[in-house]
Design a protein around this ligand. Sequence first.
Ligand code: FPP
Length: 242
Amino acid sequence: MTQSCPLPVDSRLHVAIIMDGNGRWAVERSLPRAAGHRAGAAAVRRTVEAAPGLGIDTLTLFAFSADNWRRPRAEVDALMTLLEEFLGREAGRCARSGVRLSIIGRRDRLPRTVLAAIAGAEAATAGGERLDLRLAVDYSGREALVAAAAALVGSDAAGLEGLGAAVAAVTRAWPPRDVDLLIRTGGEQRLSDFLLWECAYAELVFTPVRWPDFGTADLEAALACFHRRERRFGGLAGAAAS
Ligand code: FPP
């Protein structure tokens, strides 16, 4: 990805990121996988700090998928501990910088200490208006769709807007926001059950950079790539549209 034009920073974009490559980053350095996740948490902070200045008003980060419970117990525990520490440590900083932090996804399988950290961080940052930071934890896009459809049974609000609102409500991803740009680090090119509904018209950018190495320049490059794309939403471009 090369960046060749100044970024329009006055846009209001929803950027979602699949933060992949922590494990490989660690293995490449002969470190335990948990060290990759810890370095990944530092990359989260860098990205959150850079986002508002780059025209991003909503940032959704895939921190733990519903399928990640299949990982070895030690790695799951390390990720939960990291999340709890992150929430405790970063809530104050987020509140001071106008970041509203919330968790999207299921909560019924999370450890009680993590739930307490979530409650604290969400309460402390509820007034934030510069950036809506959503961490997806125990999240599955398919499960969200199933739960939303179930919630709408017998309702007369089952159109596109109704289902979009239901998906947002069941995951607490409120208000509903379509994703403008989805970035996946680590070199794989797939969605992995992330924000399936919200990504219907997202532009996709894949980068080989491992998440712990992802920095502001990589975010800027992805945004420059996004701004060069022509978004037609199924219509026609330019003069041909009229
Ligand atoms: C994927 O890398 C990443 C995860 C499963 C967890 C993401 C977690 C973080 C970025 C750190 C913690 C986040 C917060 C918000 C505190 P992988 O382990 O699948 O990497 P690999 O594909 O190289 O094995």
